[in-house]
Write a protein that binds this ligand. Structure first.
Ligand code: XIL
Length: 299
């Protein structure tokens, strides 16, 4: 209600992707999701381990359930993700161990094409490549089966550009994002991402924005000034920012309870980040990682 430009407010959500009873069937979960949010993103249902269970089969059914829920409740869907270094089906790492770069390129192209085509017109924005840079002071590209082990036959950030091109070919209307964490404040990792996306923009690689995951702590989070600075640097390139996975970790006692003071701090951190997003015209979506802390990945 406070958002003048009506930005979507989203949550990571689950269906039955790992064989569980779908939480969408739980009335309190479903009601909270549909009444408090205007967007959802599958927390796991669109990742490789779910969507390509064998080399020759795809499974989009859990993602379809989340899309159907979203459509029934007038919510948008963010897609997550097409190319990451982890959360693979069990056959993939062994396959990569003996595959050629040409075979890996075919595999990735087919996966991106199949998934983006399947969800075309239903997913408005995709995290095409997720978490490609490491957390060292060099902010190097992470080793991965897509980059260099064996990779898809491209040097440097070329594999990332290639993934964006394949995604764009499969759904020219979808907004395409690079998504990562620890890029919410200035530093080497943000610099590496900025220089990559600058290069993409200069070379016509189809990218629309950068996802700031925003997994922060009550004791450590970007200042409003730092966050605004990074959003503005991307705005200068004509790129959007989505806050994609916000949560705020708190210390808990032996019974798992947080103090009232820490909960108050947590609320203030959400307010700080949301306020910056509302002030920056290129911050166009705000999402939290879980419908509530009852289904968070945080222990
Ligand atoms: C997490 C999920 O929430 C967990 O259920 C899963 O076991 C591991 O992945 N960055 C991302 C998300 O981009 O995909 C991750 O989600 C959290 C960190």
């Amino acid at each position: 209600a406070a958002a003048p430009q009506g930005i979507p407010i989203g949550a990571a959500a689950s269906a039955d992707e790992y064989g569980e009873t779908s939480p969408l069937l739980n009335p309190s979960y479903a009601n909270l999701l549909s009444s408090q949010y205007s967007m959802l993103e599958p927390g796991n249902a669109m990742k490789w381990d779910v969507t390509q269970p064998t080399q020759t089969t795809y499974n989009f059914e859990p993602g379809d359930e989340l899309v159907a829920f979203a459509q029934a409740n007038q919510m948008r869907v963010r897609g997550h993700n097409l190319c990451w270094y982890t959360q693979f089906p069990s056959w993939l790492q062994p396959y990569a161990a003996t595959a050629t770069p040409a075979q890996m390129a075919t595999l990735l192209q087919n996966h991106i094409n199949a998934e983006v085509t399947h969800f075309a017109g239903q997913v408005f924005a995709w995290d095409v490549v997720n978490e490609a840079f490491d957390d060292s002071s060099a902010a190097a590209l992470r080793d991965s089966i897509w980059y260099n082990q064996p990779g898809i036959g491209q040097t440097g950030t070329g594999y990332i550009a290639q993934a964006f091109q394949w995604a764009h070919a499969a759904d020219p209307s979808a907004l395409l994002f690079y998504n990562d964490y620890n890029i919410e404040e200035p530093g080497p990792k943000f610099d590496a991402v900025l220089s990559m996306v600058q290069d993409f923009v200069n070379n016509g690689v189809p990218i629309n924005g950068v996802g700031f995951e925003m997994h922060v702590l009550s004791t450590y989070y970007p200042s409003a000034t730092q966050l605004a600075q990074n959003m503005q640097a991307l705005a200068a390139l004509g790129l959007q920012v989505h806050i994609t996975e916000m949560d705020v970790r708190l210390p808990v006692d032996a019974s798992g309870n947080a103090s009232a003071a820490d909960l108050q701090t947590q609320a203030q951190v959400y307010q700080t980040i949301m306020t910056v997003c509302l002030q920056q015209p290129n911050c166009t979506a705000f999402q939290v990682w879980g419908v509530s802390y009852n289904d968070s990945w945080i222990p």
